[in-house]
Design a protein around this ligand. Sequence first.
Ligand SMILES: Cc1ncc(COP(=O)(O)O)c(C=O)c1O
Length: 378
Amino acid sequence: MELTFNHAFDHVKRSGIRRFTEVVKSVPGAVQLTIGEPDLDTPEAVRTAAKLALDAGDTHYPPNNGRPELLEAISKFEEGRNGLRYAPDEIILTIGATEALFISLFALLNPGDEVIIPTPAFSLYESIARLCRAVPVNLPTEDNRFQIDPAALAAAITPRTKALVLTSPNNPTGCVYTRETLDAIHAVLKDRPIFVICDEVYRQLVYTDDFTSFSAFADMRDRVIVVQSYSKPYAMTGWRLGYVMADRPVHDKLQVAHQYAVVSAPAFVQAACMEALKYDNSADTALFRRRRDYVYKRLTDMGLDVQKPEGAFYMFIRVKEFGMDSLTFCTRMVKEGKVGLTPGVYFGCEGYMRLSYCYSDADLKEGLDRIEAFLKTL
Ligand SMILES: Cc1ncc(COP(=O)(O)O)c(C=O)c1O
């Protein structure tokens, strides 16, 4: 008897970041700089709100899209903090940005549809697209300082193009799309039936005053989906909470996928979500900015080629000159140099490696000392 599975899974593997982190963990004494999760604790007020809700018996099914008072609070927060105008009935509380991305792509894609993914990119988009039997189309940005080249974007569009993913600030480059880039993308897309998924999970970890969201283009509101997460700005990765915002007709499709996939986010964490929106994360942003400056200086002092990130907590370091592919380079570095960074190939871009600087100052110093020592052996 032969058991068969959904063939959409044939070319989708577990995340390369996770797999390589397991390799790093298996090397005794290795410093790990692979995962994108703040080394901070969830703010105390947020934890307390969840505990109180649990003790008060807040354990029954909540409304599918989230409690009205929370959706109202998110709507106000987004308008006040980010200038985005989404009504409570255009927002869905999700199980992390991961679910938000999943339901967004799932709701849009028919088999054979193409999704343009500027690379290097977080690998989740490609995997979800493949699971939907759609076709991920890479749009390399490496030669354009990781900004999108409008001519290249226009050339990548075909009659089957259904969506473009914009991740700003970016994982793995930390790059923030400039106003000029966004204007140029807008000019290419404004008259086309193409959705834009704005993955802005690092929006509150920005080190420039110039951040603009593509969702600012009101004339494309019917085609824009904004994905947010509680994971990164509030050190809540393990809570698995995020939200998605979209124009009502799009929202109404997403909520169907959300309802059948998860019903709702858990009940007793929703009070904590309200509390998190009140948290001032400026000290945490300042901490990551200081770490960015330290790591950037150390890497450039080593003679490495890296672009200074303007957001998130990653650096994408060029290692092409060493004559090895990124997996070989990172595997040798963790085994011989005892420091683990993620190979660029897992972000669809060879010749680079990603360093996460959301680790402690001590780990960063030790990790960088080891990178420096390893490079001297080559
Ligand atoms: C760009 C990007 N989008 C989405 C996610 C998923 O975030 P969440 O923890 O909210 O599912 C991540 C996580 O690393 C990410 O880097």
